[in-house]
Write a protein that binds this ligand. Structure first.
Ligand code: NAD
Ligand code: UD1
Length: 341
């Protein structure tokens, strides 16, 4: 059944891919994005990939009057909430900005939804809420803890949503805990466009392959892993986008007062050096690297138990590491500076 979905942060990396899939599946979509970490060029590219119309509002989730008008002007039936700040290091430098945007912004959005009687909500959470996991693979029932302000904001939002579910009628909520999103749309026209020096591995590797950066620093080779480097569960952004459609379909069939936390990952762990090798194969480029000290706050290994997504949503990741590298490389080579000219 076609829905009118408000997608906050829909011009960003994960949002853009999800919007294309939502529109092409026949849903009506309104994006709300303040373009603080995205570009109007992304929006033009998204529109080109959509087979139907797309509505865009430039604005901030922390603006209550804008939200009130948005919900009264549009017959929104569900919200997918991507908008937020996401850089761990920056969150340590500017914790108040992170709490204000991620926690304050989410609260404003939920208040406006409650007021408008729109109570179907999909939240972008993160594997960061599992902290340093005690057991692997990580199930949704694993203990939650965090090590930095960014992670705290995600965990606080999860608690806010749990309270809402416990105390208020009619909400249907899914907490999607993403593992490590990478890759790009197969067209090579939309992808991840980090501002400044990338913090995450895949964008850094792809910028080394394209010659924009000289050398990758591998943060530690003395972890208790297969080759000593950190192991993560990389998931293709197109698989992730499909996970949101599956989550929406699932929620629509649930009774009121549903809350589920669901991991979106592949269930497979890949080391830094394995990813570097796969990227060299995909790009045909050498990736020079040096072993550097461990990055503070890093954990050795993190990968999902993805069985709940399969059993509840009927969703599982299908793209391989080769797909992730090929698609990232296509995007990187066609857009060496991301969306910046
Ligand atoms: P992104 O920065 O590319 O997208 C976020 C979008 O939200 C941007 O377009 C930005 O302009 C917008 N935005 C930020 N604050 C806003 C505000 N106050 N009002 C309106 N718009 C605002 O990030 P992404 O990688 O697409 O991540 C999307 C969500 O998923 C985030 O909440 C992030 O924390 C979460 N997440 C991301 C990852 C990852 O590695 N990319 C992993 C786990 C969870
Ligand atoms: C990062 C975030 C985490 C977030 C996750 C999702 C940090 C500390 N953590 O975690 O909160 O949920 O992204 O995307 O930023 N690496 C290098 N060299 C680099 C970059 C990374 O060796 O230049 C290594 C890291 O040490 C790690 C692996 O590559 O072992 C992946 O790193 P990254 O892409 O930053 O993801 P996470 O560490 O999982």
């Amino acid at each position: 059944m076609s829905q009118h979905v408000l997608v906050t942060g829909g011009a960003g990396f994960i949002g853009s891919h999800t919007v294309v899939q939502l529109v092409n599946a026949g849903h009506q979509v309104t994006i709300l994005d303040n373009l603080s970490n995205s570009s109007i060029i992304a929006l033009e590219r998204i529109k080109k990939l959509c087979t139907g119309p797309l509505d865009f509002i430039e604005g901030d989730i922390r603006n209550p009057s804008l939200l009130e008008k948005l919900f009264s002007d549009h017959d929104i039936t569900a919200v997918i909430h991507f908008a937020g700040l996401k850089a761990v290091g920056e969150s340590v430098e500017k914790p108040l900005e992170y709490y204000e945007n991620n926690v304050g912004g989410t609260t404003q959005l939920l208040k406006a939804m409650q007021h408008a009687g729109v109570k179907t909500f999909i939240f972008s959470s993160s594997a960061t809420v599992y902290g340093d996991p005690e057991t692997l693979p990580i199930t949704e029932d694993s203990p939650r803890s965090t090590t930095n302000p960014y992670g705290q904001t995600k965990l606080m939002c999860e608690h806010i949503l749990e309270d809402l579910d416990q105390t208020q009628d009619g909400w249907k909520i899914i907490l999607l805990r993403y593992f490590n999103p990478v890759g790009a749309h197969i067209s090579g026209t939309i992808g991840e466009s980090p501002a400044g020096t990338p913090n995450n591995l895949m964008p850094f590797v792809s910028q080394v392959a394209s010659g924009r950066r000289d050398t990758l620093s591998v943060f530690g080779n003395d972890y208790p892993t297969k080759d000593g480097t950190g192991v993560r569960d990389y998931i293709h952004v197109e698989d992730l986008a499909e996970g949101h459609l599956a989550a929406l379909n699932y929620l629509l069939e649930q009774p009121d007062n549903t809350l589920q936390a669901i991991n979106l990952g592949t269930g497979k762990g890949i080391s830094v050096l394995e990813l570097v090798n796969a990227f060299e194969q995909a790009s045909g480029q050498q990736i020079p690297y040096q072993i550097s000290p461990r990055r503070s706050g890093d954990i050795a290994t993190c990968y999902a138990d993805a069985t709940r997504a399969k059993s509840l949503l009927g969703w599982q990741a299908t793209k391989t590491v080769e797909d992730m590298c090929n698609d990232t490389w296509r995007w990187q080579s066609q857009n060496p500076n991301g969306y910046d000219a």
